[in-house]
Design a protein around this ligand. Structure first.
Ligand code: 5GP
Length: 118
């Protein structure tokens, strides 16, 4: 689903500073903030500030440049907060655990020997 009139998701509201979050990185189109319920020592959500792409499949088809920017922000977060090694998870669909239907990546780093999934 691309841009259309709909209530903003919690992540768009964080990007608009309507909901507080611990923001760790930001570009013109992408924002990264600490997950409210971390599943690893470093657990950061990276998401476009706008644009109603529900998941990574829609984003890849609709705006691959934005997807590349999102991955680059994730890499920068991992460089800054971890040792540059990280897991990048896109839950895609409710059956796969997606709860916020505004495309986002989970950056997980540290303590991953337990192989905890987001
Ligand atoms: P999903 O399950 O959709 O892949 O991931 C959604 C993530 O957003 C979850 O890990 C959840 O903890 C996080 N989350 C949900 N609401 C908020 C919020 O208001 N603030 C922050 N920082 N994270 C949130």
């Amino acid at each position: 689903m691309t841009a259309q009139a709909a209530d903003p998701t919690v992540f768009e509201r964080i990007a608009a500073r309507e909901i507080p979050a611990t923001i760790v990185a930001e570009t013109e189109r992408v924002i990264a903030f600490r997950d409210i319920a971390p599943q690893a020592p470093v657990h950061v959500v990276v998401t476009p500030k706008q644009g109603r792409y529900r998941d990574v499949v829609e984003l890849a088809a609709g705006d691959p440049g934005l997807l590349a920017e999102l991955v680059e922000v994730a890499r920068g977060v991992a460089d800054e907060l971890a040792d540059g090694q990280f897991r990048l998870i896109f839950n895609t669909g409710a059956g796969a655990g997606q709860t916020v239907f505004h495309v986002h990546a989970h950056v997980l780093a540290g303590g991953l020997e337990e192989r905890t999934l987001a």
